[in-house]
Design a protein around this ligand. Structure first.
Ligand SMILES: [Zn+2]
Length: 427
């Protein structure tokens, strides 16, 4: 047997108390806790009955470096990831300069290695088009070579279906998946509010759910025609869910994610007396209706929605402290995602299997990333989690530089106490 160098004692895994044996960064064995063990010269970490969970993967994060380091940088973003329970992070290309050049990809990876050499692992997403302008394809071969794990024009969807088709084809030559932010390019673009009764009462420009669904329809038809995979970012409404389900039934290689905020908040938040016009709830796609929220939970539970992803979008306070129509869209999510979604499991709204699939196995399968399922040979990526610890979402409690979340002031349950990546303690 391999020489054991780490033993995590008395951790609760799926309700059972176990000891976890690790060698050279990999899981060797997980077995029922023994009364006493002979640890030899292995490091022993006492879990004292804390829950152990496989590290999670977030395939949709904005780290803002280069260009907007005042909002977030690679160091602070990965810190929030480490404390948030994430071992793999995919970061979007809408930096300044845009990640449409391998020098930008390399810079991101260098910063990650410099500040977080043991992980969380960073996987940049390359731009689909130069400058995200939707006019000319980015040099995908060069970007893939430099380490980009996927391609996306997130935030600025490609208007031309012909160009988007070419992008999907080129990406597949490099065995990479295209991620699309589904939004009709002409309809309530980035309005950040759902079009309906609430937006009318508030008098805010808004975007209807069909603006998202229209683009979902285009993408699944294209994916079927090309027989290529497509991954749909931050799905927010039932109309999109119905289209994805229809496509999956036809065998289309479509996968999709939704974000925690769509599972716990609706457009009504913007009308509540205490939180009226809260720009921290301005997000693209917008918070939708209760029926849409239920649809996202249904979709996660039945597997139509494959993944959870935060769409972590940090902004500085001065940018959000302005009138609603001019504030930027985005919610910061790395710090809160685990507590929020684990609570849904506790409340019986999200199945435990769906939680595990959506945060670990599904994203890693789609983007070919390392994943821990606690089987021998898996990377020893896991964290100890105090399920009972309550904490208040306050600016100083968040590791991210971005404090822009509508959850500010609320009390959440569950905190990461320590996190191992490949058997090395990162926090
Ligand atoms: Zn997006």
């Amino acid at each position: 047997m391999a020489k054991i160098d780490l033993i995590v004692r008395r951790a609760k895994l799926d309700g059972k108390e176990v000891d976890i044996f690790v060698s050279k960064g990999k899981i060797v064995e997980v077995k029922k806790s023994a009364e006493t063990i002979d640890a030899g010269d292995a490091k022993v970490e006492e879990a004292f009955g804390l829950t152990v969970m496989a590290s999670m993967t977030d395939v949709h994060v904005h780290l803002r470096e280069p260009g907007f380091e005042y909002k977030e940088d690679v160091e602070s973003g990965l810190r929030a990831a480490a404390w948030g329970g994430f071992s793999n992070i995919l970061c979007m290309a809408n930096t300044k300069p845009v990640n449409d050049d391998d020098s930008v990809t390399k810079l991101m990876l260098e910063q990650a290695r410099k500040f977080w050499p043991k992980g969380p692992r960073l996987f940049p997403i390359g731009a689909l088009t130069k400058g995200l302008k939707g006019e000319e394809l980015a040099p995908m071969a060069e970007l893939a070579e430099a380490g980009c794990a996927a391609f996306s024009n997130d935030g600025v969807p490609v208007k031309s279906t012909e160009l988007f088709r070419r992008a999907m084809e080129y990406a597949s030559d490099w065995d990479k998946v295209v991620i699309d932010h589904c939004e009709d390019p002409y309809m309530g673009v980035a309005a950040g509010v759902n079009e309906g009764v609430v937006s009318s009462r508030l008098g805010l420009p808004a975007q209807p759910d069909m603006a998202e669904a229209l683009q979902v329809a285009r993408d699944v038809l294209l994916a079927e025609y090309l027989e290529l995979p497509i991954h749909l970012a931050h799905i927010s409404c039932r109309k999109s869910l119905d289209l994805i389900r229809f496509a999956k039934e036809r065998g289309v290689k479509v996968t999709a994610e939704t974000a925690p905020h769509y599972l716990v908040l609706t457009e009504d938040y913007l009308e509540n007396e205490a939180t009226e016009y809260d720009t921290n709830a301005k997000v693209n796609p917008p918070l939708r209706t209760l029926d849409d929220q239920n649809a996202m939970l249904e979709g996660l539970n039945d597997g139509t929605i494959d993944c959870l992803a935060t769409d972590h979008a940090p902004h500085a306070a001065h940018e959000k402290e302005t009138e609603f129509d001019v504030a930027p869209c985005g919610i910061t999510g790395l710090d809160t995602a685990l507590s929020v979604t684990w609570q849904l499991v506790k409340d019986g709204k999200l199945k435990k299997e769906a939680f595990t699939r959506a945060w670990t196995t599904a994203p890693c399968e789609i983007f070919k990333l390392p994943v821990n399922t606690f089987q021998p040979g898996d990377p020893a990526d896991f964290f100890l989690f105090d399920e009972a610890e309550e904490w208040t979402v306050e600016p100083q409690a968040l590791h991210s530089k971005g404090k822009n979340t509508p959850l500010l002031g609320t009390t959440l349950k569950g905190r990461v106490k320590t996190h191992f990546i490949q058997g090395k303690k990162i926090v």
